[in-house]
Design a protein around this ligand. Structure first.
Ligand SMILES: Cc1cc2nc3c(=O)[nH]c(=O)nc-3n(C[C@H](O)[C@H](O)[C@H](O)COP(=O)(O)OP(=O)(O)OC[C@H]3O[C@@H](n4cnc5c(N)ncnc54)[C@H](O)[C@@H]3O)c2cc1C
Length: 689
């Protein structure tokens, strides 16, 4: 190790120092060498010597790039041109909140990037903007999401034309910053149990918003502590009945409640606002707590798309029950989940890029009397990072598909699609964000001590992203919705109902599951067979069908003694495994489709390689399940493991090209650091040498 402070720099060998400086300088000028100092890449891989795949990064990234790259570039260019708007490493909570607000205002008013119009009309473009600004600073991405997707989205999706006419422009140009006030101190996941009330007063034609007890204080509300002027408040709609002492509870509805004066920004009478304080991450977002004490709002402020109250206090709705209205209300809010799943993949790309570029260049140890080798040449390191890189590609295509389906749903309002998108967004959000959260630790650790320097970003990425697992629906709760949906469709299938597109595979694989595994194919172990998408997809589908069938039987058995709730709880881990298995199946299916649709042969080969790694790594991870039922024989299990390791090695050989194809601009991956460029001089400069 080089001493940090050499007490006598002149005492060393001057020529050595000079040549080291020159070497550093040349790295600085040409920071990303294409030919790596690879030592002996074949260490322990003698059997794997095959020609390296040629990957055309441009073609691959052209295929991956969404249709809205231009607006993303505008975002990157804007922040590049405004260094004073870039978030510094060390910043207080209050300064970060103010900076985040200025960043958003700059983006909208100066750069002219106005995301709100795309929330309803072109969600893919909205998510592209979200992805870009989230990679500049995740707090900014969430701040934008609160303003446009949550507050703005509730107004346009749950309200009617009169609300759009009145609020659209103000939300769009940030004159009306707002909050989405759903969660309460006592209830986060269980939204149906919210306690805030909105009681209609027929005399004044107003709703009276009340926080009945401390547990009903709205908590964690983004934009509330500092900037918000309005909140869409979720409250139980209470209507007076003919008995003057009684009121009817019509269930949870959303209401627009002004919380601060538009001009003076003073908190309005009856509203009490507190700051939720310093958080583990996302400190650029001002989360606050809101209490309402008989706050009166006009009847028109009810967001009345799914239920309305007339001047004389009569309730009308096109939906017959409280449950249906509640489901329709929440159904309109899935956009937030789609955005989180999509943004989480962006975080994974970013962290993976930094970790892999570093691991290619970092050298430690090596064979005797030979140069040191790149740490990515160690099998263990490949095992940490290469399946992750393959998963990043897999998630990229799966979440792009989700965005596409979500946009189609917004366009067509097709009922089946609404159900599909609801379950798919819940499943992908839960699966992808949990995976990314785990991977951020792996990336940090795989960069050793340098991964711990704040400048290298893993700390903020990890802290900011962590809550993605909880907000917009806790992941464990969301996976249960996926399992519930699968069971519902399973029952429908046996009652002769149709399965929608995403679930169609269950029909066939259920039939094959109900017959015994094929003892012949269970022994096939050739590479062609194991890399055949049919084998891979069949294996995933078989597992899901088996889990579905077995959990349905267990639920039936336990419900006779434990009741529905108890039986569900008894089978909960089984249900979560089922949901994850289903989501992995959908992800693989979409990945295989993306490989097959790729027009360029070189890009297609690269994608096929990572797709095979994704599939075989997952099968190997769950090999116990497949072995237990003899779906794969012992020799086949061994072959799967060997091939997965070999594919990891192959992916390592094109890892540079694969991360370059994510096409993240330098000001996003932020490389004043050795981490990505090998230019240690940039790093030593950073600490003041
Ligand atoms: C930074 C931040 C920003 C937020 N922004 C907003 C906002 O702008 N507006 C807003 O309305 N809300 C916001 N929230 C609130 C957020 O949506 C909730 O925290 C989230 O929905 C989870 O609810 P909870 O905290 O009550 O967790 P709980 O529901 O209490 O969950 C706690 C634990 O219990 C487990 N659990 C709960 N139910 C079950 C079950 N049925 N089965 C198994 N396990 C279960 C969960 O898995 C979890 O591990 C924000 C939260 C944070 C931290």
């Amino acid at each position: 190790m080089e001493p940090r402070n050499n007490p006598n720099p002149a005492s060393g060998d001057d020529t050595e120092i000079v040549s080291r400086r020159i070497e550093r300088l040349s790295l600085h000028l040409n920071p990303i060498p294409r030919t790596l100092p690879d030592g002996d890449r074949q260490i322990g891989m003698a059997t794997c010597a095959r020609p390296k795949l040629e990957v055309d990064t441009g073609k691959l990234s052209g295929y991956m790039r969404g249709p809205h790259r231009d607006v993303q570039e505008k975002v990157f260019e804007y922040f590049e041109s405004r260094p004073e708007l870039q978030t510094p490493l060390e910043i207080s909570k209050n300064d970060h909140r103010e900076l985040c607000w200025r960043q958003l205002v700059g983006l909208v008013r100066e750069a002219g990037i106005k995301p709100f119009r795309y929330v309803a009309d072109d969600p893919a473009k909205y998510f592209a903007i979200l992805e870009a600004i989230g990679s500049v600073d995740m707090s900014l991405g969430i701040k934008m999401g609160v303003q446009y997707s949550l507050w703005g989205g509730s107004v346009i999706n749950l309200g009617t034309q009169k609300h759009k006419d009145k609020y659209f422009d103000g939300i769009d140009n940030l004159d009306y910053p707002g909050c989405f006030a759903m969660t309460e101190l006592h209830h986060g996941s269980n939204v149906q149990a919210l306690q805030t009330t909105a009681t209609f007063d027929p005399i004044t034609d107003e709703f009276i918003i009340n926080t009945p007890n401390d547990g009903a204080i709205k908590w964690w509300i983004g934009n509330a502590a500092v900037h918000g002027k309005f909140a869409s408040v979720f409250a139980r709609l209470m209507l007076p009945s003919h008995d003057p002492k009684a009121v009817s509870d019509m269930g949870v509805h959303a209401f627009i409640v002004p919380i601060r004066h538009l001009d003076t920004h003073e908190t309005l009478p009856g509203v009490e606002i507190h700051d939720c304080g310093q958080k583990v991450g996302l400190n650029g977002v001002d989360n606050g707590a809101l209490r309402f004490n008989s706050v009166r709002i006009p009847r028109d402020n009810l967001l009345n798309r799914f239920g309305d109250v007339s001047r004389d206090g009569k309730y009308t709705s096109s939906l017959p029950t409280v449950n249906k209205r509640f489901a329709a209300t929440l159904g309109e809010l899935v956009g937030g989940r789609v955005g989180l799943a999509y943004s989480s993949v962006a975080v994974l790309k970013l962290a993976g890029t930094i970790a892999i570029r570093y691991s290619l260049l970092r050298q430690q140890f090596g064979p005797p009397s030979k140069p040191e080798v790149s740490i990515l040449d160690y099998q263990s390191h490949q095992h940490k990072l290469m399946p992750m890189l393959a998963s990043t590609y897999a998630f990229h295509f799966a979440t792009s598909y989700l965005v596409e389906k979500y946009a189609e749903m917004k366009r067509t309002h097709d009922e089946q699609l609404v159900g599909d998108v609801h379950a798919l967004s819940a499943g992908l959000k839960a699966y992808v964000t949990s995976y990314t959260a785990r991977s951020l630790n792996v990336c940090r650790e795989s960069c050793g001590g340098h991964g711990y320097a704040a400048v290298n970003r893993f700390g903020t990425l990890r802290n900011d992203h962590d809550i993605f697992q909880t907000f917009e629906g806790d992941n464990t709760v969301l996976l249960q919705q996926v399992a519930g949906d699968l069971l519902k469709r399973y029952q429908e299938k046996f009652q002769g109902g149709a399965l929608t597109v995403t679930w169609n595979y269950l029909r066939e694989s259920m039939n094959s599951y109900l017959s015994q595994p094929n003892p012949v194919t269970a022994r096939w172990e050739g590479e062609d067979h194991l890399r055949d998408p049919k084998f891979q997809l069949d294996a995933f589908r078989y597992r899901t069908s088996r889990l579905l069938q077995s959990v349905a039987v267990r639920l039936r058995k336990h419900s006779t003694t434990l009741g529905g709730f108890g039986a569900w709880n008894r089978c909960l881990n089984h249900l979560l495994t089922l949901a994850e298995s289903h989501i992995e199946t959908v992800i693989l299916a979409k990945f295989i489709e993306a490989v097959q649709n790729c027009p360029d042969p070189s890009a297609r080969s690269a994608l096929k390689l990572v797709c095979d790694l994704y599939a075989l790594d997952r099968i190997w991870n769950d090999i116990g399940t497949y072995r237990n039922v003899d779906y794969v024989a012992p020799n086949k299990a061994k072959a799967i493991h060997k091939l997965a390791e070999y594919l990891s090695f192959q992916v390592r050989n094109v890892a540079r090209e694969l991360v370059d194809a994510f096409d993240l601009p330098d000001n996003v991956t932020r490389a004043p650091i050795a981490m990505q460029s090998g230019a240690y001089s940039q790093y030593t400069n950073y600490v003041g040498f």
